[in-house]
Structures are given as structure tokens and as C-alpha cells.
Design a protein around this ligand. Structure first.
Ligand code: 5GP
Length: 176
């Protein structure tokens, strides 16, 4: 029933099923297993090469997007940029506020991080309500970046985060 499986090579489908077992609610087992981590980056890389060959930067979200984003950026031969929680980045920054399940948060990016028109993909570990990814899209819009799409390992389907992120397309490796 995983829509991703139908579009994948048979061996890739097996990889996704194996990952599904590993990531149920927790990415730590994936990080601990070098083959699983390689498979995750393989799947992201394959998707980007097929769908967004024009990508110029990977943007990772604080904090678990930082675990996967730089690995993917290196594979693709592009740079990596951080969106952080308020007060963590040096130098002038731009920020946007957003609502969390409990309270408010602010996401920040360095003012000169992105050149106008640069084509970027945002990566994080997990999509829940989509509030965090939506804030990242808003921040990147402020910087006149072109957001090609958003990618996560895990998508919690019932919370409809993909709707919140629209019109940016969402790619997830595992949905439940
Ligand atoms: P959202 O903004 O989509 O509601 O939440 C996603 C953010 O919360 C991501 O940055 C993600 O890293 C973090 N997060 C990590 N694990 C979980 C989890 O198990 N549940 C939820 N709701 N958020 C998580």
C-alpha cells in the first residue's frame, strides 16, 4: 500500500520495507546501522536526481535535518544551509514565527545564506502537522529562493502535514 513502492525498482522496494521496520517512530536505529543510513541517502539521492536535477542547495531543519542533509548534499555535489531555532546562528538573520503543538517557535536563517532565485530542497527527519516545514518554506520565500520540494524520512499521515506544506511537493520515505 506504500505508493512509493510502485514507482521503485524491486530491490529499492525491499529497501523501503526494511527501513519501515527500522524507523517506526525513531530514526536512531537508522543512524546506528551504516547500511540503513546508506539506503536512506540512496533513496533521497535517487529521488532528487530523477525529479530535481537542477537543485543548487539542500536546506536542513534544526536539529535532525542536520543529520541527513549534509550527507545528501555531498552525494549531490551541492552545498548545505541550516535553518535553526531562534538565537543559534551567528551574524544577521531573518526569522519567521510559527505555532507548535504547545506554544510558539521561531525559525532563523542567515541573511546572506541564499542567493535570489537559488533552487533549494528542504530536508527534515519527520513531518507531523507540517508547521515546521511550512515556516521553513516561508523563510526561504523571504530570501527569494525557489523551493523545489520538501523531503522527510517519516510522514505521520493522519496529521495531514503534506497539505500544510503545499504547493511545495512532499517526498517521504516511510508513511504511517
Ligand atoms: P511538525 O512541525 O510537522 O508538527 O513537527 C515536525 C518537527 O517535529 C520536525 O522538526 C521533527 O524533527 C520534530 N519531531 C521529531 N520527532 C517527532 C515526533 O515523534 N512527533 C512529532 N510530532 N514531532 C517530531
Amino acid at each position: 500500500t506504500n505508493p512509493l513502492l510502485s514507482g521503485l525498482h524491486h530491490s529499492m522496494a525491499g529497501t523501503v520495507l526494511a527501513l519501515w521496520q527500522k524507523v517506526l517512530g525513531d530514526i536512531c536505529p537508522v543512524l546506528k546501522d551504516p547500511e540503513a543510513l546508506t539506503a536512506v541517502i540512496d533513496l533521497f539521492e535517487q529521488h532528487v536526481r530523477q525529479t530535481y536535477p537542477q537543485v543548487e542547495l539542500i536546506v536542513g531543519l534544526d536539529a535532525r535535518g542536520f543529520l541527513f542533509g549534509p550527507l545528501l548534499a555531498q552525494r549531490l555535489g551541492v552545498g548545505f544551509v541550516l535553518i535553526r531555532k531562534k538565537g543559534k546562528l551567528p551574524g544577521p538573520t531573518q526569522s519567521v514565527g510559527y505555532t507548535l503543538e504547545y506554544g510558539m517557535a521561531e525559525a532563523e536563517i542567515q541573511e546572506d545564506a541564499i542567493d535570489a532565485g537559488q533552487k533549494v530542497i528542504i530536508i527534515d527527519d519527520l513531518l507531523a502537522t507540517g508547521g515546521t516545514l511550512y515556516a521553513a518554506c516561508e523563510l526561504l520565500k523571504k530570501q527569494s529562493a525557489e523551493v523545489l520540494g520538501c523531503m522527510v524520512l517519516i510522514e505521520l499521515k493522519d496529521l495531514n502535514g503534506a497539505e500544510r506544506v503545499k504547493p511545495s511537493p512532499l517526498f517521504s520515505l516511510v508513511q504511517y
